[in-house]
Design a protein around this ligand. Structure first.
Ligand SMILES: Nc1ncnc2c1ncn2[C@@H]1O[C@H](COP(=O)(O)OP(=O)(O)OP(=O)(O)O)[C@@H](O)[C@H]1O
Ligand SMILES: [Mg+2]
Length: 342
C-alpha cells in the first residue's frame, strides 16, 4: 500500500465540495496503523470527514486500523495570502543559489561557495533545499550520515569542512530510497530545516535550490527573509533564456539578486594552454548588463570540479590552486563585501 493509493482513495470522497485528499495535512503509517491528519476548514464538518475517511480507508488493503486526527486551524504560511516573512534568528546573511535550468552547476556553486566562506573565516551553514533531488550529501562525502535531535527536538546538523550541513538526504533510509512523499510533506520538511535545525549563530546560510522557478522557491520567498539570490548559468542561449525567468521571479518576490555566476565559461587545454569558449563567449555579460546585474565571476570547466563532486571533497578544498577554486574564493569575497556593506 502506497501513499498514492491512500490519496487516490481519499480523492474519491468529497465533503462540502472538497476532495478529502485536498484536506490531508499529514499521513503516518506505524505498523499497520494508519494515521491521517486533516485540516479542518469548518468545525461542523469534523464528524463527516472522520466517517467518510474511515469508511473509505477501511477498504484499502494492508491497513489494520485507521485513526483520524485534525490539525490546528492556522493555515500554513504558503496558503496565507498576506504572508509574513520571518528572519531566521541568529543568521546574519541568508543567500540562495538558483537558476532557471537544471544541471548548470547550482549545487557545485553552493557547496564551493559555502566552503569558500568557511575558509574566509565565516561561520557557515549549507542547506540543501533541493528536496526532490538532494546532491549536497554526495558532494561533501557525507551521504550515509544520519542526523539526530536534541532534547528540544531540534535537528542537529552534520558538521563538515567547518560548516553545518542539512539535507533531506540525511533523513532517507538509503541513497536510492525513492522520494514518495508528496510535495506538501517535503515542503514541511524544508520549513523544519529552516526553523527547527540547530543552526546556532551563522554569518552565512547558503541554500542550494532545486532547478526552476517552482513551489520551493515561492514558498521560501514567502516564508523567510532572504538577503540575496545568486543565479547560476552556463553561457548557452537555452540556459540564459531560463535564467531570465529566475531573475524575474526573484525580483517579483522581492529578493535582491546579488549577481550572476557564469559556470562552465571556458576550458583551458592542459597540453597547449589554449582557452576554448565551448558554450560561447561574452553572452552572460551581455545578458547581465541587459538586466542591470553584476557578473560575480566565471568558473571554467575543469575535470577537478566534476571529479570532486563525486569524491565528496569540493574543489575549493581539494585543489585550492585550481582556477575554479580561486574563482569561487574570489566570488565569496565579493559577496561578503557586498553584504557586509549593507
Ligand atoms: N565548472 C565545472 N567544471 C566541470 N564540471 C562541472 C562544473 N560545474 C558543474 N560540473 C558538473 O556538472 C554536473 C552538474 O552540476 P550540479 O549538480 O552542480 O548542477 P545543478 O545545477 O545543481 O543540477 P540540478 O539542477 O540537477 O540540481 C555535476 O556532475 C558537476 O560535477
Ligand atoms: Mg543541484
Amino acid at each position: 500500500m502506497a501513499v498514492k493509493e491512500i490519496m487516490d482513495t481519499l480523492a474519491n470522497q468529497t465533503v462540502a465540495n472538497k476532495k478529502l485528499s485536498e484536506l490531508v495535512k499529514d499521513i503516518r503509517l506505524v505498523g499497520n496503523v494508519l494515521e491521517v491528519i486533516f485540516m479542518l476548514p469548518d468545525r461542523t464538518l469534523e464528524s463527516e470527514i472522520r466517517e467518510k475517511a474511515m469508511q473509505a480507508l477501511k477498504e484499502v488493503e494492508g491497513i489494520g486500523e485507521v485513526r483520524v486526527r485534525f490539525a490546528d486551524m492556522t493555515p500554513p504560511p504558503q496558503q496565507s495570502p498576506a504572508f509574513q516573512r520571518r528572519r531566521l534568528p541568529g543568521i546574519k546573511h541568508l543567500i540562495v543559489v538558483g537558476s532557471g535550468k537544471g544541471g548548470v552547476g547550482k549545487s557545485t556553486v553552493a557547496v564551493n561557495l559555502a566552503v569558500a566562506f568557511s575558509k574566509l573565516g565565516y561561520k557557515v551553514g549549507l542547506l540543501d533545499a533541493d528536496i526532490y533531488g538532494p546532491s549536497v550529501p554526495t558532494m561533501l562525502g557525507i551521504k550515509n550520515q544520519k542526523v539526530e535531535v536534541d532534547a528540544f527536538q531540534r535537528i542537529i546538523p552534520i558538521e563538515k569542512y567547518g560548516m553545518k550541513v542539512m539535507s533531506i538526504g540525511f533523513l532517507l533510509p538509503s541513497e536510492d530510497t525513492p522520494l514518495i512523499w508528496r510535495g506538501p510533506m517535503l515542503m514541511k520538511a524544508l520549513m523544519q530545516f529552516l526553523f527547527d535545525v540547530k543552526w546556532g549563530s551563522l554569518d552565512f546560510l547558503v541554500l542550494d535550490l532545486p532547478p526552476g522557478t517552482g513551489d520551493v522557491q515561492l514558498t521560501l520567498a514567502q516564508t523567510v527573509e532572504m538577503d540575496g539570490a545568486i543565479v547560476v548559468t552556463t553561457p548557452q542561449d537555452v540556459a540564459l533564456a531560463d535564467v531570465k525567468k529566475a531573475v524575474v521571479m526573484f525580483k517579483e518576490v522581492g529578493v535582491p539578486v546579488l549577481g550572476v555566476i557564469e559556470n562552465m565559461a571556458y576550458f583551458v587545454c592542459p597540453e597547449t594552454g589554449n582557452k576554448y569558449y565551448i558554450f560561447g563567449k561574452g553572452r552572460v555579460l551581455g545578458f547581465a548588463q541587459a538586466y542591470g546585474l553584476n557578473v560575480l565571476g566565471s568558473i571554467p570547466i575543469e575535470p577537478e570540479v566534476s571529479e570532486t563532486s563525486d569524491t565528496g571533497v569540493p574543489v575549493v578544498e581539494s585543489y585550492p590552486e585550481s582556477a575554479s577554486a580561486k574563482a569561487f574564493l574570489n566570488i565569496a569575497k565579493i559577496i561578503s563585501q557586498e553584504l557586509e556593506r549593507r
